[in-house]
Design a protein around this ligand. Structure first.
Ligand code: TXA
Ligand code: MG
Length: 321
């Protein structure tokens, strides 16, 4: 057990990481649970603390293109274009791994996921280190990703020595993950960088091949981001009638609903701005999960831009076997 410290001291974070221990780091998407990405012993601590199945590989975080080049065999031209355009930013590239990358990072795959996060504290931490940081989201496996230091603390207090506090995550949803196979670009996880944006920059059509629809692909379990309280997705008014008599918490996109069953209501963006809705989603899910409601009802958001990624997270939170 640790007495978990929360602070903004990059030197402290660097020192702990150099001792092969874990530090939670802020990024623009969600907080990450970071370890030396070249040290199998440090990496295995991540799996242990998160209770993450070892078949689910990790993303390596780097400060820039030079550090990225050491971890991969090559970077296709289209990805170089995307990196120049979107990185640092909420996008992760699947690339053939170099010998430097331990198998524990990729769960045995020949491909490694790499990204340059857009957060000033973490970027300067990364530039001060001579290794990349392996980092999954800083939550116990399967729970809602954290978008603040206090979210991290609520799940990992006592389990990590240090949380680098970089404030609220601007984007609030995990990065878009893309691959390049058979000369085509695939989106494996939807995020803030959209299919349309990638098509515009590359001039190529982009396929959406969400990994959880392909049982042979690692990670991306269908049920994920789950609250402890039952989570229902659909038409709010219908669901409120269906569950009459229960104490209900509602997450709506921009509208306010009236009903006596409604114990608590969180509106993601009263002005109907999808980016604001994305930034507020995980806090809203955690907030209602911790309140005294019996169940959480949410509605899908409009299917445009980052709305695809928001609905993906909502569907997976609502998924039951
Ligand atoms: O925004 C993000 O990507 C955040 C921040 C912390 O960077 N990280 C994050 O990590 O969401 P995690 O571990 O929660 O999700 C990473 C996803 C998993 O679904 C994993 O299966 C996939 O990336 N992934 C990682 N390496 C892979 C690989 N080599 N091949 C296929 N999928 C991979
Ligand atoms: Mg995660």
């Amino acid at each position: 057990m640790y007495k978990t410290q929360v602070g903004a001291n990059i030197e402290d974070a660097k020192h702990i990481l150099e001792q092969a221990e874990l530090v939670a780091i802020p990024t623009e998407t969600v907080y990450g649970l970071a370890a030396n990405g070249l040290d199998p012993q440090a990496i295995s601590r991540i799996y242990e603390v998160k209770k993450r199945p070892q078949f689910n590989p990790l993303i390596l975080h780097v400060s820039g293109l030079d550090q990225m080049k050491k971890l991969v065999l090559n970077i296709p031209m289209v990805f170089q274009k995307l990196i120049a355009h979107f990185s640092p930013g909420p996008i992760t590239y699947l690339l053939p791994k170099s010998k430097l990358v331990p198998e524990l990072v990729t769960a045995g795959s020949e491909m490694v996921a790499v990204r340059i996060p857009d957060h000033p504290l973490t970027l300067s931490l990364l530039s001060s280190l001579d290794f990349p940081l392996a980092a999954p989201s800083a939550n116990i496996s399967g729970y809602v990703s954290p978008v603040s230091a206090s979210h991290v603390l609520s799940g990992l207090s006592g389990l990590v020595p240090y949380i680098l506090d970089g404030g609220l995550c601007k984007v609030g949803l995990e990065s878009t993950i893309i691959g390049f196979e058979n000369k085509r670009i695939q989106i494996h996880r939807m995020g803030a960088i959209t299919k349309e944006q990638i098509e515009l920059v590359t001039g190529m059509p982009v396929e959406i091949t969400l990994a959880h629809e392909n049982p042979s692909a690692p990670g991306q379990l269908k049920s994920h981001y789950a609250t402890k309280k039952p989570f229902l997705l659909g038409n709010v008014e219908d669901l409120l009638i269906l569950h009459k008599g229960k104490k209900i918490g509602v997450i709506s996109f921009k509208d306010s609903y009236q009903s006596c069953e409604l114990a608590k209501q969180l509106i993601l963006s009263p002005t109907g701005d999808l980016r604001i809705a994305a930034a507020n989603l995980f806090s809203a899910m955690r907030d209602l999960d911790q309140s005294d409601v019996d169940m959480i009802i949410a509605e899908p958001v409009p299917l445009e831009g980052i709305g695809h990624a928001i609905n993906d997270r909502l569907e997976r939170a609502a998924y039951t076997d």
